[in-house]
Design a protein around this ligand. Structure first.
Ligand SMILES: [Zn+2]
Length: 300
């Protein structure tokens, strides 16, 4: 009998030990490893496709462009991976590495060194680094981020800027007094999300208490920021420059100071693909990709 008690106790202890990691993993969402591998590959594919498309238009050698695209895509994957560590220390570096990857993908023209023209986001600015040019560092204002900043700062709820998180992220991060924030990924009857990213600006709920992990939540929003940066560098900035050039010297003067970063084709694909599938925003490409790298800090 004592032996039986002892063995049943042992069984209980073993069962508790086995159950502990399960309980822990049920508390915060974990990475889906298959989705993670898929999105690492997708970023390499986006880099390669963008480089080849650019080479075809400009007449640059396609093979060399493919090599640069694969390198740029791998760097974009690496950037999202760094953000996906969910460490505060690597968030900024992850965003910049994603931007370097997208810049490399764009530098496909013949004879153009891989790192000769790099755009780094310090939202609301795009900082352009061209070491071989007479003006090696220039900066332009993102019109979309400036507009979003204006609307956030004049909103009735008056969120306050969190400088510590802003510097750690590379984009303005605001703390909102609201308990939950309106979210398309969490429509009614859901009461909203803990944080949201929009046009290079992140807002989080400062009054949600201890029911979520801010560090992990901001890592998730930073992947959305990296998605926006990828689209801006590959598409929106070149489109803005091309459109402004059509307005002659006046347009070129404006584009020295501003980027009209409205054309985001990857974002459009994300939205229309989800609509065609009849999927909710939560299961869209961007959301699935962001969760694959950084599942977020929701406690369950
Ligand atoms: Zn999200």
């Amino acid at each position: 009998m004592p032996r039986l008690v002892c063995s049943s106790r042992r069984r209980v202890v073993v069962a508790m030990l086995l159950a502990t990691p399960l309980v822990a993993s049920a508390q915060t969402p974990q990475r889906d490893q298959r989705a993670h591998a898929r999105f690492l590959a997708l970023n390499v594919a986006i880099g390669a496709t963008a480089s080849i498309a650019r080479a075809v238009v400009s007449g640059a050698p396609v093979r060399a462009a493919l090599a640069k695209g694969l390198l740029g895509g791998s760097l974009m994957s690496g950037g999202m991976e760094l953000i996906g560590t969910e460490s505060r220390a690597t968030r900024f570096a992850g965003l910049q590495l994603t931007a370097i990857g997208a810049s490399v993908t764009r530098n496909v023209d013949a004879g153009v060194p891989v790192f000769s023209d790099i755009t780094l986001p310090l939202y609301p600015l795009y900082v352009r680094v061209r070491p071989l040019s007479s003006t090696p560092i220039t900066a332009r204002v993102s019109v979309m981020t400036a507009a979003k900043l204006t609307s956030v700062m004049t909103a009735g709820s008056r969120p306050r800027i969190d400088w510590k998180e802003t510097f750690a992220t590379g984009a303005p991060v605001f703390a909102s007094p609201r308990w939950r924030l309106p979210s398309s990924t969490c429509p009614l009857p859901c009461e909203g999300s803990f944080a949201q990213h929009n046009a290079g600006v992140v807002i989080y709920s400062a009054s949600a208490g201890t029911d979520y992990d801010l560090r992990r939540t901001l890592a998730h929003e930073s992947v959305h920021l990296a998605q926006q940066t990828r689209d801006a560098l590959l598409d929106a900035i070149p489109a803005s420059d091309a459109a402004m050039a059509r307005f002659g010297s006046g347009g070129r003067l404006i584009s020295r100071f501003f980027v009209l970063d409205v054309l985001m084709p990857l974002r459009l694909i994300d939205e229309s693909e989800a609509r065609m599938r009849g999927a909710s925003r939560r299961n869209s490409w961007y959301e699935t990709e962001a969760r694959a790298f950084a599942p977020g800090g929701e406690l369950r």
